[in-house]
Design a protein around this ligand. Structure first.
Ligand code: TXE
Length: 482
């Protein structure tokens, strides 16, 4: 059992001042596999001080050089692939194939931002065509400064890559707090920083919970930029903290995303996408398409086929290659989902014939459930559940589907399954969501963008926008020579 009582600050392992630890568990075996310190605000002070000292040097490296370091992170992750996938699987409970996909996504993200760091060199001092005569204007981009990065537990290596890679590419130095629920996979990032001889203080990792470290990091005046992924209440607290000092903040929060299935959709494709949209990672996805809006003429067929594929899911040991459904991440999340199921019973929701798969006798497993004809006033329809629970409604028209889809406090993602691709894109154009997938699985290639509208957050990760989130723009104007 590992004991994570040390932070990684200034390229050294530093003992936390806090004496209290939290259990880190294997959610399949329900056993303690590690302990992690709750952290202490004074530990955050040390990490921020180290990041501030390192900032001028890191900022002054060329993008080319920063890109080489980021590429080295990608390579070092690749070299650890087998052990990291296994560690993620044990700490998070996700099936091995999903953990492997996560790592591939994280590596692709580092590689993409290595390229973006290099491209930044070429863009510095670009002339801006302002239409003014007699003046020349140029644009420069500078790092925001020290970035405080806070991530959740559902896609540990991915969420950290989406923040760390662009922050380093931009020339920011970093204090990173991984989730206390899944601190094990991210420990590798500190080991890698040492291995690739990243300059001291550029990357600092402080373990802890929200109270011990999260609050101190977000309130710290030495932190210029906050990037947070997690729940809405904490996101609002982070934004409130960022208001002090008018600091830059990016938020990736919850979702309650819709999936629309029109009457001309290919039923096989629809079933595949609906299932993946709510059961991948046992539904613990901010982008879970957990509200199904299916045309009434296809609804019965779709539900019947959905029941069949749910029955085929293989719950079990996430380390076993045959497993397609893992447990939820911990007891707290399990209880949260059980509360929703109790609410469903109280509300008298119809669970149709969803087969309850034979679940292992240990582990925080929740059998996937499909609730049909869920009223839009139901808590299950409106709130993010973060478990394999799908709420469905039949609709009579595209207009009705769009109105119901957009009637949500969130706007992170959406899927459309339609026979006619043009119709799918037309529907996509009417949806209030940061990402819409038409007739395809949820993908988030690093060159695209990720983030939500409304209550789903502020800003975009990935792509150029993801880099810009860590940059300030400076315009320099002077008389032209002639
Ligand atoms: O999230 P928290 P939790 C949703 C999902 C889930 C619920 C609770 O619905 O059921 O949130 O999950 C740190 N200041 N999402 O409790 O608490 C915390 O230590 C600063 C959606 O795990 O938001 C962790 O590192 N930081 C989401 C991170 O915030 C604080 C993914 C997220 O924890 C803090 C996860 C504070 N006051 C859960 N309090 C998504 N968008 O994907 C906690 N933290």
């Amino acid at each position: 059992m590992s004991t994570l009582t040390r932070h990684f600050i200034d390229n050294a392992w530093v003992e936390s001042r806090a004496t209290r630890c939290l259990d880190v568990i294997d959610p399949y075996r329900e056993t303690r596999i590690a302990e992690v310190t709750v952290g202490d605000p004074a530990d955050v002070d040390d990490a921020v001080a180290a990041a501030r000292r390192a900032l001028p040097g890191w900022r002054d490296h060329s993008g080319e050089r920063r890109g080489a370091f980021i590429d080295a992170i990608a390579e070092a992750l690749e070299a650890r692939r087998t052990s990291l996938v296994e560690l993620s699987t044990r700490n998070n409970g996700k099936p091995r194939a999903e953990a492997d996909q996560d790592l591939a996504d994280a590596i692709a993200c580092y590689r993409y931002y290595a390229g973006q760091a290099r491209a930044l060199d070429a863009r510095q001092g670009e002339t801006v065509d302002t239409g003014e005569t007699g003046l020349v204007s140029r644009r420069y981009q500078d790092p925001v400064g020290v970035a405080g990065l806070i991530t959740p537990w559902n896609f540990p290596l991915v969420s950290s890559a989406w923040k760390l890679a662009p922050a380093l590419a931009a020339g920011c130095t970093v204090v990173f707090k991984p989730s206390e629920v899944t601190p094990l996979p991210e420990q590798a990032l500190a080991e890698i920083a040492l291995e690739i001889e990243l300059p001291p203080g550029v990357f600092n990792l402080v373990h802890g919970d929200g109270r011990g470290v999260g609050e101190a990091l977000t309130a710290h005046p030495g932190v210029d930029k906050l990037s947070f992924t997690g729940s809405n209440p904490v996101g609002e607290a982070v934004m409130t903290a960022a208001a002090r000092g008018t600091r830059n903040v990016s938020l990736e929060l919850g979702g309650k995303s819709p999936i629309l299935v029109t009457e001309d959709a290919d039923p096989d494709l629809a079933v595949e996408l609906v299932l993946a949209g709510f059961a991948y990672n046992a539904g613990q996805m901010c982008s879970a398409t957990s509200r199904l809006l299916v045309h009434e003429s296809l609804a019965d067929t779709l539900h019947e086929r959905l029941d069949a594929v749910i029955a085929d899911l293989v719950p079990g040991d996430p380390l076993d290659n045959a497993t397609t459904l893992g447990p939820l991440v911990n007891a707290a999340q399990y209880e949260r989902v059980l509360d929703y199921l109790a609410a469903a019973e109280q509300e008298g929701l119809d669970a149709g014939n969803t087969p309850v798969s034979a679940l292992p006798d240990h582990g925080y497993f929740i059998a996937p459930r499909v609730f049909r004809d869920v009223p839009t006033t139901s808590r299950l329809w409106r709130e993010e559940i973060f478990g394999p629970i799908l709420c469905a409604r039949r609709v009579a028209s595209d207009d009705e589907a769009i109105a119901l889809a957009n009637d949500s406090a969130f706007g992170l993602a959406a899927s459309v399954v339609a026979g006619d691709p043009a119709r799918a894109e037309t529907l996509a154009g009417r949806l209030t969501a940061g990402n819409v997938w038409c007739n395809t699985h949820q993908v988030a290639p690093p060159g695209l963008g990720w983030g939500g509208m409304k209550g789903s957050g502020i800003g975009r990760e990935l792509g150029r926008a993801g880099l810009d989130a860590y940059l300030e723009t400076r315009y320099v104007t002077r008389p032209s020579a002639d």
